[in-house]
Design a binder for this molecule. Structure first.
Ligand code: ADP
Length: 304
């Protein structure tokens, strides 16, 4: 089982000619309300990839549609608290140039309590994983407790907070970052020097670095099962060449499929390849959760 301590957002999307200006009231002809949040997207990807995923988080008790949607996609929602705090949400303006302007309200995503973490992790057994992004509270506490219970920790520090991330790396078995997050963590503005610097700066860490349409880089002083190995492991996997229309949720799809594959016993190279195929399909479709492919679609893509 993978316990995903993750955000759940409602994304309120308005397509406009231009962003609302100070003092202006503007009517919008287009409105969509979509399930989002990196946490929820990654739970959906994990479930679609065939993993047993329990989402840990909170929403406002009136938002039952979220529970129904996650359940219908195969995510276990028993550990989602339904509380009297507004559900996390984003108000997104999209202009004609496809730029966005976003107000984010964390709401229930920051309502996790230490008691809840303790209670969740008391159910976990060896072989389980904990997954976290950086959109919820109690990150360090959750990781420390996971380690105490012998549960492995995967961390996707998005949005990046370099100070927090450096502080918790000792608890992390697998770090997953994109280019921008990796550069922020190392403190350089050049991706090649970041790739070179990473294994030197963090020789103990297993790191998956996603590089957009270039592919994925993996390095580790440890074996992918978490055991310390004698030699260093380094891999580069090219992305599949596809016509991208919307890269939203590419990273979330990658993470879900890669972890599901690792938990299924595949080796790291196989897991990365499967995850690259899944995220390549994702970028050919519009949307977030709805653009994440199924296991069968990924298998068919790889067979071609
Ligand atoms: P994020 O969405 O977190 O910024 P990336 O942009 O690095 O993450 O994308 C994650 C993965 O999705 C990449 O490693 C790659 O496998 C796949 N991907 C992203 N963009 C493309 C693309 N244009 N073509 C093919 N695959 C892509």
């Amino acid at each position: 089982t993978i316990y995903n301590f993750g955000s759940i957002n409602l994304d309120h999307l308005y397509q406009l000619d231009h962003f609302v200006r100070p003092g202006e009231t503007m009517a919008s002809n287009s409105y969509q309300c979509l399930l989002g949040g990196k946490g929820a997207n990654q739970s959906v990807a994990l479930a679609k990839a065939g993993a047993r995923v329990k989402h840990v988080g909170a929403i406002h008790h009136s938002d039952q549609a979220i529970i129904k949607q996650l359940e219908s996609l195969g995510v276990d929602t028993d550990l989602i608290n339904q509380i009297d705090v507004p559900t996390g949400h984003a108000i997104i303006q999209l202009n004609k140039e496809a730029e966005n302007s976003i107000i984010l309200y964390q709401g229930a995503n920051h309502a996790l309590t230490e008691e809840q973490v303790d209670q969740v992790l008391s159910q976990a057994t060896a072989g389980d994983w904990v997954l976290l992004q950086n959109e919820t509270n109690l990150i360090e506490y959750t990781m420390r407790k996971a380690q105490e219970h012998g549960v492995k920790v995967a961390f996707n520090p998005a949005p990046m907070d370099a100070e927090l991330t450096k502080k918790v790396l000792g608890f992390v078995d697998l770090l997953i970052v994109n280019e921008v997050e990796a550069m922020d963590l190392i403190g350089t503005s050049d991706i090649d020097s970041t790739i070179a610097a990473f294994p030197k700066a963090y020789p103990e860490l297993a790191v998956l670095m996603t590089l957009g349409k270039a592919g994925v880089c993996y390095f580790s002083g440890k074996e992918s099962d978490g055991k310390k190995s004698t030699g260093e492991e380094k891999l580069f996997v090219k992305a599949f060449s596809v016509k991208a229309v919307d890269t939203t949720a590419a990273g979330d799809t990658f993470i879900g499929f890669c972890l599901a594959s690792l938990m299924n016993g595949d080796d790291i190279a196989q897991s990365i390849t499967r995850a690259c195929a899944a995220s390549a399909i994702c970028v050919t479709r519009l949307g977030a959760a709805s653009s994440i492919p199924t296991q069968d679609e990924v298998t068919a893509f790889l067979a071609n």
